[in-house]
Design a protein around this ligand. Structure first.
Ligand code: ZN
Length: 291
């Protein structure tokens, strides 16, 4: 009899434990913070990869097949790699019209929506800038949306998700005060970037992005654009080049040799650098990096 009861309970326990696929590590961290013991997260892209250009390899298809739900960044960040994975995995739970699919970009206003997009020109930000998670205030918005999403899938554990969100929100709000203080005297500083990864970070702390090493989002540097950028640096006197971890720093170093500008590596996600183990260390690092 005992064994029979255990057998009956087993599928319920398995159901209560959701396996959630997410496109990027930062989404995994928020989902785990809100879902706690009731969710397992499967992160598809690594934090030190270019988020625009992930290779949809077979191991990722297998991960999608076993998922009960899928949370993506959206805003076209995954356009080159996630739709083929969704198609090939053919998992009804991770289709974009499923109740168990969530597109986070629908909850934030995208910055820098281009007036005219020439896709043939290769602009990878046609809907606006999709790197919205680098404003810490947006992390709270996304955490709230993920709380609602988890409740919609598993209402039985509503209070657990609500409590986890409340704890996360209280802690994050305290951290945001510290980051705001650290960044207070950086307001108005001019910066150059390789790719406009930090649009929302700059917006949050009043940094002024005056140029990018890429002529357009997703387009590699050209010598003409680099020479123009050197002139711009001499004119505008930005403090530094904020560089992502996954593009070569060759052009940035060349520009630095010509102008004396500092090059600072800025991680964009958990795992982008070895020391970035969670969301807090990501923002601790970013807010401490600009001297
Ligand atoms: Zn981008």
């Amino acid at each position: 009899m005992k064994h029979f009861l255990l057998f009956l309970l087993l599928p319920l326990t398995l159901l209560a434990h959701m396996n959630i696929a997410v496109s990027y590590p930062y989404i995994g961290a928020i989902t785990k913070a809100i879902g706690g013991d009731h969710v397992d997260t499967v992160v598809l892209a690594k934090g030190n990869w270019d988020p625009h250009f992930v290779v949809p390899r077979p191991s990722l298809i297998a991960k999608m097949r076993s998922a009960d739900a899928l949370i993506m960044n959206g805003g076209q960040l995954e356009i080159g790699w996630l739709p083929p994975l969704i198609n090939r995995a053919a998992n009804p739970k991770t289709q974009t019209n499923a109740k168990s699919f969530l597109n986070l970009s629908h909850n934030v206003v995208l910055l820098h929506k281009p007036q005219n997009v020439d896709r043939s020109g290769g602009d990878v930000h046609p809907d606006g800038n999709p790197h919205f998670h680098l404003n810490p205030a947006n992390i709270l918005v996304l955490a709230k949306r993920i709380e609602e999403f988890l409740i919609s899938l598993d209402g039985e554990h509503r209070t657990i998700y609500e409590d986890n969100y409340a704890a996360f929100s209280a802690e994050w709000t305290k951290n945001m005060e510290v980051w705001k203080d650290t960044m207070a005297d950086k307001r108005g500083k001019k910066v150059i970037q390789y790719h406009d990864n930090l649009a929302y970070f700059n917006d949050a702390y009043g940094l002024q992005s005056v140029g990018t090493i890429e002529p357009l989002p997703g387009i590699p540097p050209s010598s003409r654009h680099t020479l123009e950028l050197i002139q711009l640096i001499e004119r505008e006197k930005p403090c530094c080049v904020l560089h992502d971890v996954y593009h070569s720093t060759k052009t940035a170093e060349f520009i630095s040799e010509k102008t004396g500008i500092k090059v600072i590596l800025m991680p964009h996600d958990i795992g982008a650098l070895e020391s970035i183990e969670d969301l807090k260390s990501l923002f601790d690092y970013l807010t401490g990096a600009i001297k």
